[in-house]
Design a protein around this ligand. Sequence first.
Ligand code: CO
Length: 223
Amino acid sequence: MCAKLEKQETDKITYEGLLQGNRDWVAATLQEDPAFFDRLSAGQAPPVLWIGCSDSRVPANQITNTMPGDIFVHRNIANVVTHTDMNLLSVLDYSVNVLKVKHIIVCGHYGCGGVNAALGDKQVGLIDNWLRNIKDVIRLHEREMQTIKDPQKRSNRLVELNAIEGAANVMSTSIVQNAWASGQELSVHAWVYSLESGLITDLKVSASGPDDISPVFKMQAHK
Ligand code: CO
């Protein structure tokens, strides 16, 4: 939709331009669908939780051709999933237990600056402590990573492994395991997005029940 609305050029975006852009978007949206805001303001029931990178080039809705209301979103630098991130756990808990999403997707992207920084040894700043989580992914897959010499291929593979480990971390949370134990329909997936082609690849590690995860992380149902 909004085909008639011309997008602002990135190098000309101003603070005022954002507000004007908003008004233009509202006008174009109402022209195409007069009930759009009435419908959306009534509530949300998105079937999908998206955990992705903060990168400005990987917006969940646009790249999946979906609309506001379709995807509940959590984004952080390099789509890291850790069990001590209260922000992520809150999003996960709310989307599984209140919104009852059916799919959780951890989506990485090739050319991820956070992943590339984790591959190097240069100090960037505070963020180094965040990227430490991705160094753990390298350590977990050290043998495979050591066999890949080409820097581009190393980066691409680590992007994939980081998304896979992120999905595995989602699967092993008590939140997801309790949902499965109660018979809730819920699948967890890992994807990777190509900035170059715009295409998404399913990394085929999807899980829809406790039998799909490592026994190490299995928990008995919460009583
Ligand atoms: Co990124």
